[in-house]
Design a protein around this ligand. Structure first.
Ligand SMILES: Nc1nc2c(c(=O)[nH]1)N[C@H]1C(S)=C(S)[C@@H](COP(=O)(O)O)O[C@H]1N2
Ligand SMILES: [Mo]
Length: 519
C-alpha cells in the first residue's frame, strides 16, 4: 500500500483537491445566485467580462469557427482554464499553505470585480462569489491538511494511520465533489429554466395592431430551398454580447429619453404601447454577415415609430446622434435623422411575427431601423435613448474596430442549389434573396461561368426595407460550373464586386458558388 502511494501520486491528489475546492466554490455561488442574486454567478460574469475584453480578431475567429456555439466554446475554454488554475492552487496549498487559499481568494476577488462592474449589477450580487470563496477555502484547507497527514504517515511509516487518513481524504473529496456537481448543475438548470419572465411573456397580450403588413401578390416565390419571405422567430439569426439573456419584466420596464432634449421623457411599457401599434416589414442585417452568409432575416415587427417618442422629448438643435442603451450595457450610435425621417420607419418594436418579442430578440422592447446594420441601430432589451452627438459619444462596437455609422450594403445571395451538393443535368432553378435597404432592389443578375449576365425574375417587393426573392431557370450542362449573382438597387447602384471584410462597416463582393452537375 505504502509503496504505491509515492510522492508523485500525492501531487495528483493535491491538484485534484484544488479542482474539488474550485467546484465547491462555483457550485455554492451558483446556488446563492439562484436564491439571492441571479447576476452573481462568477462563471457567467467572468465569461461576460472575457467577451468584452477579447481582441476583435479573436472574436471573429470564434464566430467563424464555432458559429452559434461561440458562447458554448467560450464556456468550455473558461472551464479548462479553471481546472488548470484550480490544480495549481491545490498543489500550492499542499506544499505551502496557505498559498492555495490565497490563490482562491484572488480568484474570488476577481469574480466579485467582474460581477460588480457589469452594467445594472444588483446590490446583493457580491454575495454568491464571497460565500463561494469561503466554502471553497474551507474545503481546500481540509483536503490539504488530510493530504499532508497522509504523506506524513507514509514517511514514518505508519501504514495503518496512512490508510485511515487516506480514507478520510477520499471521503471529504468525494462528498465535496459529488455535492458540488449536484448543487452546481442543479442550480444552473433551475436558474435557466425557472425564468418567470418567459411565463410573463407567454401570457402577455399586446394591443391589436392598428395596421398590419400588406403582402402584395407575387411577394413570395414557391421554390424549394429558397429563404422564406418572412423568417420564423425560431430560425431568426441571433447576434449579441449577452452570455445570458437579460430578463426584464414589462411591468417594471422604463424607457428614458434624455440628453440634448427639451424635456426628459420616461415611459412605461403601457405608455409605449398606448401610443398605438402598427406592423412594419423590415429586413434586419448584421455587419458580420459575410458574402453568402445567413446573418440576416425578415420579420413583421409590431411597434411605435421612434420619431413619435423623440418628438415628446424634443431633440435640441446641434444633436446628430441617438445613443440607445440596453439593460446589459450594450449601446448603439444611430444618426438622429434616421430616427426622425418621416419616410423611414425606425421603430421601437414590441412584437415579432405576431408574438411579443422573444426573450433572445430583445423582450420587451428593442429598436429596429431600416437600412442600418444591427450594431448601430437594433438595440435589444432597450432602456434608454440619449440624444447626443457623434463627436461626444460612441456605441459599443466603435472602439472595437467598427465604424460609428454603418448603412447596410446592398447584396445578394444564392440559396439554391447549395454549393457542394451535386445536381442533375437539365432544367434547374437558381434562386435566392437580395437586399438594398431602404431603397430596395431593382435588378438581380446571374452569370454562369464566363457567360453573359442574365436578368433574374424578382418577387414583388413589400417595400424597400425588405429583401426580395429572385430566381432564374437554367439548363444545367454536365460538368462543374460557377454561378455568380449580383444586384442593383433602385438608385441604380451596382453591388460592389470588390471583396471587403466585415470590419469596419460590412462585407462586399459578389457571391460565386461552384456547382457540380452530373448526368
Ligand atoms: N443589447 C444588445 N442589443 C443588440 C446587440 C447586442 O449585442 N446587445 N447586437 C446587435 C447586433 S450586432 C445585431 S446584428 C442585432 C441582432 O438582432 P437579433 O439577435 O434579434 O437578430 O442586434 C443588435 N442589438
Ligand atoms: Mo450585428
Amino acid at each position: 500500500m505504502a509503496t504505491t502511494t509515492g510522492p508523485r501520486r500525492m501531487w495528483w491528489w493535491a491538484a485534484f483537491s484544488g479542482v474539488v475546492s474550485a467546484a465547491a466554490f462555483l457550485a455554492t455561488a451558483e446556488l446563492l445566485a439562484l436564491l439571492v442574486a441571479r447576476d452573481g454567478s462568477p462563471i457567467l460574469a467572468v465569461g461576460a467580462f472575457v467577451i468584452d475584453i477579447v481582441p476583435q480578431p479573436f472574436k471573429e475567429f470564434a464566430i467563424a469557427t464555432f458559429g452559434e456555439y461561440d458562447k458554448v466554446a467560450l464556456l468550455v475554454g473558461l472551464a479548462l482554464a479553471v481546472v488548470v488554475a484550480a490544480s495549481i492552487s491545490g498543489i500550492l496549498e499542499y506544499v505551502r499553505p496557505p498559498l492555495g487559499v490565497i490563490a482562491l481568494g484572488v480568484a474570488g476577488a476577481l469574480s466579485v470585480a467582474a460581477i460588480l462592474t457589469r452594467a445594472g449589477a444588483t446590490p446583493l450580487a457580491w454575495v454568491p462569489p464571497v460565500v463561494g470563496t469561503v466554502v471553497g477555502a474551507v474545503v481546500l484547507t481540509l483536503l490539504a491538511r488530510r493530504l499532508r497527514a497522509w504523506r506524513a504517515d507514509l514517511a514514518r511509516p505508519d501504514v495503518e494511520r496512512a490508510a485511515v487518513d487516506r480514507r478520510a481524504f477520499l471521503r471529504i473529496a468525494g462528498v465535496a465533489a459529488a455535492s458540488a456537481v449536484l448543487v452546481g448543475i442543479g442550480s444552473r438548470v433551475a436558474t435557466a429554466t425557472s425564468s418567470s419572465i418567459a411565463a410573463i411573456r407567454r401570457t402577455l397580450r399586446l394591443p391589436a395592431a392598428r395596421s398590419t403588413v400588406t403582402v402584395p401578390e407575387g411577394a413570395e416565390l414557391d421554390i424549394p430551398g429558397i429563404s422564406p419571405l418572412f423568417t420564423s422567430n425560431r430560425d431568426f439569426y441571433r447576434v449579441d454580447t449577452a452570455l445570458t439573456v437579460p430578463e426584464i419584466d414589462p411591468s417594471g420596464w422604463r424607457l428614458v429619453v434624455d440628453g440634448m432634449v427639451d424635456r426628459r421623457v420616461e415611459l412605461g411599457f403601457d405608455d409605449l404601447v398606448g401610443i398605438g401599434l402598427d406592423e412594419y416589414a423590415i429586413t434586419l442585417t448584421c455587419v458580420s454577415n459575410e458574402v453568402g452568409g445567413d446573418l440576416l432575416g425578415t420579420a413583421k415587427w409590431l411597434g411605435v415609430p421612434v420619431r413619435d417618442v423623440l418628438r415628446m422629448a424634443g431633440p435640441a438643435p446641434g444633436a446628430d446622434m441617438v445613443l440607445s442603451r440596453s439593460i446589459d450595457g450594450f449601446t448603439a450610435s444611430t444618426p438622429l435623422e434616421s430616427l426622425t425621417d418621416d419616410d423611414l420607419d425606425a421603430i421601437l418594436a414590441v412584437g415579432m411575427n405576431g408574438e411579443p418579442l422573444p426573450l433572445e430578440h430583445g423582450f420587451p422592447v428593442r429598436m429596429v431601423v431600416p437600412g442600418l446594420y444591427g450594431y448601430v441601430s437594433a438595440t435589444k432589451w432597450l432602456t434608454e435613448l440619449t440624444v447626443t452627438t457623434f463627436a461626444a459619444d460612441e456605441g459599443y462596437w466603435t472602439p472595437r474596430g467598427y465604424s460609428a455609422r454603418a448603412p447596410i450594403k446592398l447584396s445578394s445571395r444564392i440559396d439554391t442549389p447549395r454549393a457542394g451538393t451535386p445536381i442533375a443535368a437539365g432544367r434547374t432553378v437558381l434562386a435566392g434573396v437580395a437586399w438594398a435597404q431602404p431603397v430596395g432592389v431593382d435588378r438581380v443578375e446571374v452569370r454562369v461561368d464566363d457567360g453573359a449576365w442574365q436578368p433574374a425574375t424578382l418577387s414583388t417587393p413589400i417595400n424597400g426595407s425588405t429583401w426580395v426573392q429572385w430566381f432564374l431557370e437554367w439548363e444545367a450542362p454536365v460538368g462543374t460550373h460557377y454561378v455568380t449573382v449580383r444586384a442593383t438597387d433602385a438608385d441604380g447602384t451596382l453591388q460592389a464586386q470588390e471583396r471587403a471584410p466585415i470590419a469596419p462597416d460590412g462585407s462586399t463582393g459578389w457571391q460565386r458558388i461552384l456547382l457540380s452537375v452530373t448526368a
